[in-house]
Design a protein around this ligand. Structure first.
Ligand code: UD2
Length: 312
């Protein structure tokens, strides 16, 4: 599939990752329809993005079929993306993540939209897995968020089997990059740490800080989405999208300190639902999607640090 002449729906297109997908798809000439309720997305994420883009402020749990007529492809990102929020309010998480994807798939079925790329998460694995983790490891989520994201994958496969919609699930590890904000306690750790470093505020570390994460650059995540969109017959398959290496939160704090100068650290109790070790085995994505991460953690952090410095 060549995206240039296609009509593409991006749910969550005003979000951190979604807006980069919008930019990439509009950049190659696709007509882009965004559906976003602006709960975690921000309209200003679209500033400076040129192309044929229409934005509808709506939740994926509402009647959105009318916005999707004639679409060739859906990138489904709209969701509750906060693990801790899902522990505090599992109904909210399920409403957005389970009802949301079912509604979007139903639209795809009714409107004969042939393809959907679903943003899933490594949170579906939990802690009882071999690390690095490949896609054949047991699914055993530690949070309602992990549960809801996996339910989404099951719906995708079912809609592929029942109706021939070519779905694919991308299991993101920890995504970082421009447009991720550090202004709320649920935000990604990198965005929070950089923001606090610039504001000379202490870094809060949950637990002992020895938990590890595989941080993947948003540009690489976008390329995984595009490859998945253009590759036919993925038939509900799932792919890990990470880098294959990870660092602990303590080491992440060290790197931020090396860029920002000495920072205070405050240790707080571990978050409920937090997984301990997380590293992707990306062999399947490399083989099938030609996925090849290009953003290094150090390079990406330096770029972000400069970007945030320019803004504050
Ligand atoms: C991220 C994604 C989530 C899901 C998951 C997959 C975000 C916001 N969430 O959840 O959607 O895909 O990855 O594994 O990107 N931490 C601190 N101090 C802080 C903030 C966080 O110590 O100020 C710790 C936190 O307890 C966790 C780690 O840093 O151990 C990463 O936290 P996160 O919120 O960036 O991401 P995570 O892994 O919970």
């Amino acid at each position: 599939m060549d995206l240039s002449s296609k009509k593409v729906v991006v749910t969550g297109g005003c979000g951190f990752i979604g807006s980069h997908i919008v930019e990439r798809a509009a950049g190659v000439g696709a007509e882009v329809i965004i559906i976003d309720n602006l709960i975690s997305g921000r309209e200003e994420n679209l500033n400076g993005i040129d192309g044929n883009i229409t934005f509808h402020r709506a939740s994926v749990t509402e009647d959105i079929e009318k916005y999707m007529t004639g679409a060739d492809l859906i990138f489904h990102l709209a969701a509750n993306v906060f693990v801790a929020k899902s522990v505090e309010d599992p109904h909210y998480d399920a409403e957005n993540n389970i009802k949301g994807i079912l509604n979007v798939l139903e639209c795809a079925r009714k409107l004969d939209i042939p393809k959907m790329v679903y943003s899933s998460s490594s949170a579906i694995y939990g802690d009882d897995v071999a690390v690095p983790t490949d896609e054949n490891q047991p699914i055993s989520p530690s949070s309602p968020y992990g549960v809801s994201k996996y339910v989404g994958e099951l719906y995708c496969r079912t809609y592929t089997d029942l109706y021939g919609i070519d779905t694919v699930a991308l299991r993101y590890f920890n995504v970082f990059g421009p447009r991720q904000t550090g202004d709320n306690p649920y935000s990604g750790v990198i965005a929070i740490f950089i923001q606090n470093a610039l504001d000379k505020k202490p870094l809060t570390i949950y637990g002992d800080g020895e938990q590890s994460r595989d941080f993947v650059g948003v540009r690489d995540v976008v390329e995984a989405n595009i490859s998945s969109a253009v590759k036919p017959n993925l038939k509900g398959e799932a792919f890990n999208i990470g880098t294959g290496s990870s660092i602990t939160i303590n080491k992440l704090a060290d790197i931020i300190e090396s860029m920002a100068g000495k920072l205070e650290r405050e240790y707080a109790p571990a978050r409920k639902g937090d997984i301990k070790c997380s590293t992707a085995d990306i062999s399947r994505a490399q083989k099938v999607l030609g996925f090849s991460p290009t953003v290094s953690l150090e390079g990406g952090l330096e770029e972000l640090f400069k970007l945030y410095q320019g803004k504050s």
